[in-house]
Design a protein around this ligand. Sequence first.
Ligand code: FPP
Length: 216
Amino acid sequence: MDGNGRWAQKRLLPRVAGHRQGVLTLEKIVDKIYDLGVKVLTVYAFSTENTARPKDEVKNLCSLIKEFFTKKLYKFIESQISIKIIGDIDFFTQDIKAVLNEAINKTASFKNKTFCLALNYGARDEIIRAVNKAIAIGKKLTQDDFKNLLDTTNIPDPEIIIRTGGDKRLSNFLLYQAAYSELFFTPDLWPDFTIKKLKEVITEFSSRDRRFGKVK
Ligand code: FPP
């Protein structure tokens, strides 16, 4: 969800206004995406690198995350969407962890639609944590074993990854799981992203030739 800061700057607003608008866009997308046949939506809301942003911005992002779940959890329950978090949430204060755990627990029984939020997430951090778990297990692992040690246990690899904001890189997002993802980069800043744009991506995805390294 890149581009919130620039969206705000263009309007001479503080960066937090961009993040706030970004949350509104996220709500619109969550509201419609599952009707398009998508089963899992994962959003990169706060990276391990984002923790080094100015204290005020980190504080604002944490408040938005808390507010989002405090106000919207009922909607996830109503729509039977299960909430999962990837990343190391030990970074967050007790009140935020409590809100996140409540959201996870109250939606855990829903199986058909998943909303996964990457918080204090970095793929390198995830992989190192998984490797350390593997060392503690102390035996050779298969790919399936290893997958189960990642934060994304039980979440399928992404078929589509969309980065808004114009940059063409993954920035430490799902590096292991993205091995065969179809990548989409759009110049739209995240607050300007729409369901129409999402539908265009899904249409192009349907026409891509996915060979997974094999000859057809
Ligand atoms: C990147 O834009 C965006 C982020 C670092 C935060 C994304 C967070 C939200 C949309 C809100 C919080 C999420 C939830 C679930 C409540 P940027 O700030 O790097 O933008 P820039 O590249 O234009 O500066």
